[in-house]
Write a protein that binds this ligand. Structure first.
Ligand code: AMP
Length: 398
């Protein structure tokens, strides 16, 4: 593998796998361009070297071949604007004749966007022949799509075999993601706190187990905390609970104790008589919630306790909200955690926030600039922290 920043793209056609899977409204307008903006520095570096940029991505989950709804043509105009007015050519098939002709006629500084890779079922199947066809479009393969790095698709991993090691590399998005995840996983300065929230214990078991080998403290909040409360004999009313995971919760607590990792559960909760924005609310110990009531956020005592742990940490990993932050009555706990992380970061801690909902929360509260790194890949980030090898990373490294 080559290092992107050190590589000179002059006269080279760089085939970049980007993650342009952006949300579009009914009028095909982009409602959140974060992923497109993230790729701009990678594209600009290649242009400024005098290289040619060929972009490939998926968009949505098209079921049966090409459809207007999932066409990447809707992104051309905005991409051109993001690149300061650079003309962006579009090929309405990612491997057809037009794609090859356009790619062959490109001049230095030009940008070509290919049509949705998933219009071919071969993409998700990781078809070798399809990957080979794609590979013919470029001289160098750049993987900059962290969001799909956990998939062994044709364009994200299988294609690597058609480029020699010095002609495959991470783009700047991937470089940033890998560097910050590696720092937390393998070079974490202690104390290291992991804050894990969200709805289900089952989604987070593997990440917690891997973190038991690394973290000093693990804070567990959100809906999943009540499965832990019930497992220890607590009364949780009608709070979220995964009955089939009660034993798993006890096993995690036991393993943590054996390894000397402190698991922190919220001592109190904001409870509601209904899962609704206008529900009646009250506060109760998290292990003594009255019948008919449910815990929808961590309480003030928990906020204070969790904030102190976070502020005393040197490495912070956050995945998952502390409550139903989408409703204003239940967002206090998630906000308190975001504030504490921002403060710890200002005082020199390294903080990494990842996973769809914690990223939306941090954006919603305006804290994205106040943490060290915000990961762009939900599923990929989770699998990375579960300790799995991601095919999109292995393909570049091998
Ligand atoms: P996840 O996708 O597992 O990270 O879960 C995120 C979702 O968990 C968000 O939509 C939250 O609203 C939800 N959530 C967080 N805390 C609770 C809770 N105490 N009860 C029910 N849902 C919750």
């Amino acid at each position: 593998m080559s290092e992107f920043s050190a590589y000179n793209f002059k006269g080279q056609k760089a085939l970049i796998r980007v993650d342009f899977n952006v949300p579009l409204n009914d009028k095909f307008e982009i409602t959140d361009d974060t992923r497109m903006r993230a790729a701009v520095p990678t594209i600009k570096k290649i242009i400024s070297d005098g290289g040619m940029v060929i972009l490939m991505s998926h968009l949505g989950r098209p079921k049966e071949g090409p459809t207007d709804k999932f066409s990447l043509k809707h992104l051309v105009k905005h991409l051109s604007e993001l690149l300061g007015g650079t003309t962006v050519f579009f090929a309405n098939d990612c491997v057809g004749e037009q794609a090859y002709l356009t790619a062959n006629m490109m001049r230095p500084g030009e940008v070509l966007l290919l049509e949705n890779l998933r219009f071919y079922k071969e993409e998700e199947k990781g078809d070798v022949k399809f990957a080979e066809k794609l590979s013919k479009l470029g001289d160098v393969w750049v993987n900059d799509a962290f969001g799909t790095a956990h998939r062994a698709h044709a364009s994200t991993a299988v294609i690597a075999q058609f480029f020699p090691a010095e002609k495959r590399m991470f783009g700047l998005v991937m470089e940033g993601e890998v560097a910050s995840a590696e720092k937390v996983l393998h070079r974490a300065e202690k104390p290291f706190v992991a804050i894990i929230g969200g709805a289900k214990v089952s989604d987070k078991i593997l990440i917690i187990e891997n973190l038991l080998e690394r973290a000093t403290d693990i804070i567990i909040g959100g809906g999943m905390a009540y499965t832990f409360m019930k497992a220890q004999g607590g009364k949780i009313g009608s709070s979220l609970c995964q009955e089939e995971r009660l034993q798993t919760a006890l096993d995690i607590l036991k393993k943590a104790e054996a390894k000397g990792v402190c698991i922190h559960l919220p001592p109190d909760s904001v409870i509601a008589d209904n899962f609704a924005a206008d529900a009646q609310t009250s506060v109760a110990p998290s292990n003594n919630i009255p019948d008919g009531w449910m815990g929808l956020d961590i309480g003030n005592m928990a906020c204070e306790q969790f904030s102190n742990i976070i502020k005393n940490s040197k490495t912070i990993l956050w995945n998952g909200p502390m409550g139903v932050f989408e409703m204003s009555k239940f967002q206090h706990g998630t906000k308190a955690v975001a504030v504490a992380i921002a403060e710890a970061t200002q005082n020199g801690a390294f903080s990494l926030v990842g996973g769809g909902d914690s990223v939306s929360a941090i954006n919603q509260f305006g804290f994205a600039e106040k943490v060290s790194y915000v990961s762009t890949g939900g599923g990929a980030m989770l699998e990375y922290f579960e300790g799995k090898v991601l095919p999109g990373i292995a393909a570049v490294n091998s």
